[in-house]
Design a protein around this ligand. Sequence first.
Ligand code: GLC
Length: 552
Amino acid sequence: MAPLWYKNALFYELPVRAFYDSNGDGHGDLAGVTRKLDYLQALGVDCLWLPPIYPSPLLDGGYDIADYYGIHPDFGTMADFKQLLTEAKRRGLRVIADLVLNHTSASHPWFQAARADRASPYRDYYVWNDTDQRYQAARIIFLDTETSNWAWDQTAGQYYWHRFYSSQPDLNYDNPAVQAEMLNVLKFWLDQGLDGFRCDAVPYLIEREGTNCENLPETHKFIKTVRNFVETHYPDCVLLAEANQWPHDLRPYFGDNDEFHMAFHFPVMPRIFMALGRGDASALIEILKATPAIPPENQWCTFLRNHDELTLEMVTDAERLWMWRRYAPEPRMRLNLGIRRRLAPLLGGDARQLELANALLFALPGTPIFYYGDEIGMGDNIWLPDRDGLRTPFQWDAGPNAGFSSAAPEQLYAPVVAEGPFSYQRVNLAAQLADSQSLWHRLRRLVTVRKAQPVFGCGEYEFLPLAGAQVFGLARRHAGEVVVALHNLTAEPQRVEIDPSQTPCLASWQGASAHDLVAERAAGQLRPTLTQTLGPYSYCWLKLEKDGAGPP
Ligand code: GLC
């Protein structure tokens, strides 16, 4: 396997339930994903992330696991899972799955045994207390539904600790037996051939009085144990952290490349929306400047949207208010500290802004991940409960049930988006494949260009000193190659001047020619400076060529 394969890759978040229903029961399933692998390959995807596929009462989208060693019957069987891995590997695609470390479902047999009997060996798998007054400095995450991180259990006669829904009791990582159980879970799935994990909710594993119970040293210690185990037995596998934290709290999750290989860059995400909504890159530049360097083997994972609300935890109060006013004008669009909308509705369905948002994402340091359906600009349904409106069936075509399932519409796990500008009759893959100018084709092109230029996945970056913040410009550099990426965040044309004498990493490129990688055209020379005019919400990625001979 290629070393550091995850650095120059495209990831794709694929909720199995929502993708394709192969047996007509109204639920997407693993066999459905297998059938659509050619599609994912055509898009240029390198690695799939499957949110939880395990047996679960599904009170939190499967993040409430009732059995770590099985497949939810709605999604198929272990044989289907293995078939998916085999077919994926055959196409050079990797697959990672969610590993939910922090909690189980209350219906998990461990919790059932724990609550029923104080003497049970499973009692100490969870965090119990006689009062609900411990760890008061820990915040509540699901603010709209939970009033405390403690819940009273009548059968147990004690309170139990939970950071998410009360139907998801937290595991007790001070108990070595819990740590050993989780290593077994990891081993079981990696032995099936999985390529790694997206590790859910990692900051919250350990509780300590007098702290906010996040990012504690003992949590990092356990992560190092996990990494060491993976490194020893499965060296090509990747561990991706979900830690919704500020950059200085995120940095330790890489350790000395002895914790996670990758981590989502949560604070960057809302600032991409701020940059677009304000026509000003300042907040984005500021957070990148505040982001510490990471070991060369490690990588950020950058994203625009995922299966959760667009979280606004890593912004200031004023920024959150601004984001809500700009992107969630209806109260129903808000959830907890975030916004339950998809990418295309957030950007008003504007094709230029959708392409620009992705271009910007792709130009940033890190590995980008698509959220299923965003490659065609799917819409949402804010009237469904919780985050369900972001998880509606993939819109394959304009046929019945958007081509997702042959079941009767009322049997679908969720209704397809059938009204308004994002209805499946208007927004669907078949129509976009047939139109060479569609969002899908434009994004497909971006994916190809990005993957052909290792500067994006592996290179360093430097901000261009431009006259204003209306254009977000950065130079990416790797192995003697340079790409200058310019993004106009405004609805007006913008003129920018690139001056190599003002940009250290361009200093030796005086006289070089610029080749526009996306438009595939010559774009002038750095003699002594290079001026570019960018149309409204447009961008260009310029590869510099020293011999002045144009494209390679
Ligand atoms: C993560 C998941 C989210 C889930 C939560 C609790 O944040 O992304 O969907 O609700 O963990 O498991």
